[in-house]
Design a protein around this ligand. Structure first.
Ligand SMILES: NC(=O)c1ccc[n+]([C@@H]2O[C@H](COP(=O)([O-])OP(=O)(O)OC[C@H]3O[C@@H](n4cnc5c(N)ncnc54)[C@H](OP(=O)(O)O)[C@@H]3O)[C@@H](O)[C@H]2O)c1
Length: 339
């Protein structure tokens, strides 16, 4: 049972955006929902802002259902204030300004969060920026550093350089001493990525990215690739991956199937791996949060790590936010502001 917190009065109902049926952005509709109550070990957050991520679009289309037990509302990251504690949660959590990775339910005025998935919002960070950080930070940290074993002095190739994921990858690569090459679909996006700190940006529509990476690295290839395309990118990725290089796949926008030359993989001792964050256990996400808190969050606290913001939409305009993401016009993060 949730503990009584008379100092913070909570309404019974809240505004939320729900997926009325699988389909286009217009299926996102403003609704009234009961304010959820935290179970043991959970906290309730009054959401200030929620980040929009590509997986939310996939959930809206009906191809990426929420994992068992998660809210049916979209939204994988929030920033806000802790307003109620479930049984067993340290009372010191109440009133904290946090940002968090959530299993769903972010597109709402109140959201259930696990305290171990939170990071404290630094005093001088705006809540809209804090809301834009968890999903890409957890994803990039885990895939580039924990799975891809990237270390300073290495060369990282990131597809989708101006995506939410890509802009976070550029920032972390800069902070952790990696050379970062990105691909983007237009010259404007390439220029934007270079402004954000990419050492090289390749327009994948006008240039062969694999050949360009080999040129840039003087034939050696890159050490780690963060790939969100798969399909026919896989062999082209391997063709520009250095000996002992690691290819980490986080999405299959180019297709789920790839044919690769296994003898080349053996000759260059490549590793191919990949992961999806959302279905991972609470314990796993807590361990990533711990490492982020230790290794990365001090940089955010010093103002050295900030998200690249694209645009903030009011919650009621969530459909417009999804339409913008799907039009591919954005550079960086799209965020929703709660009423
Ligand atoms: N596995 C995980 O745990 C996890 C977690 C979060 C996100 N993701 C995935 O990561 C991707 C990025 O997420 P996001 O929220 O940052 O989305 P986003 O901002 O909408 O970015 C999507 C990006 O994909 C790029 N892209 C699409 N097709 C491409 C192609 N054929 N070649 C090169 N680039 C291509 C686009 O680049 P241009 O616009 O320049 O063409 C765009 O920058 C999504 O696919 C998402 O599903 C995975």
């Amino acid at each position: 049972m949730a503990s009584e917190m008379p100092e913070i009065r909570l309404p019974d109902e809240m505004s939320a955006v729900e997926i009325s049926a699988p389909g286009g952005p217009e299926m996102l509709q403003l609704a009234t929902r009961p304010v959820p109550r935290p179970e043991a070990g959970e906290i309730l957050v009054r959401v200030s802002h929620a980040g929009v991520n590509r997986p939310d679009c996939l959930q809206r289309k009906g191809v990426y259902p929420p994992p068992p037990g998660a809210s049916d509302l979209p939204g994988l990251e929030v920033a806000g204030e802790v307003v109620q504690l479930g049984e067993g949660v340290d009372e010191g959590e109440l009133g904290k300004r946090i940002c968090a990775l959530v299993n769903g339910g972010g597109y709402a005025q109140y959201c259930i969060v696990r305290p171990e998935h939170c990071l404290p919002v630094p005093d001088d960070m705006e809540m809209e920026k804090a809301a834009a950080m968890p999903e890409t930070l957890f994803t990039v940290w885990h895939n580039v550093f924990q799975r891809g074993y990237a270390r300073d002095g290495e060369v990282l190739l990131v597809h989708g350089g101006t995506s939410g994921i890509g802009t976070t990858a550029i920032a972390l690569a800069n902070l952790f001493g990696l050379t970062v090459i990105v691909t983007c679909g237009t010259d404007e996006k390439c220029a934007a990525a270079r402004d954000l700190g990419a050492d090289h940006a390749i327009n994948y529509k006008t240039q062969d990215f694999s050949a360009r990476v080999r040129e840039i690295t003087q034939g050696a290839g890159c050490d780690v690739i963060l790939d969100m395309v798969a399909g026919d990118y896989t062999q082209r990725n391997l063709d520009c991956l250095a000996e002992d290089g690691r290819l980490v796949v986080i999405a299959v926008q180019g297709g789920t199937r790839s044919e690769i030359a296994m003898h080349k993989l053996m000759m260059k001792r490549h590793t191919i791996t990949g992961s999806t964050l959302r279905p991972r256990s609470n314990v796993f996400k807590g361990l990533v949060a711990d490492e982020l808190f230790r290794e990365v969050w001090p940089l955010a606290e010093r103002g050295q790590l900030l998200p690249q913001m694209d645009r903030v939409f009011p919650l009621a305009e969530a459909a417009a936010a999804h339409a913008r993401m799907e039009a591919g016009e954005h550079v960086g993060k799209i965020v929703l502001a709660m009423p």
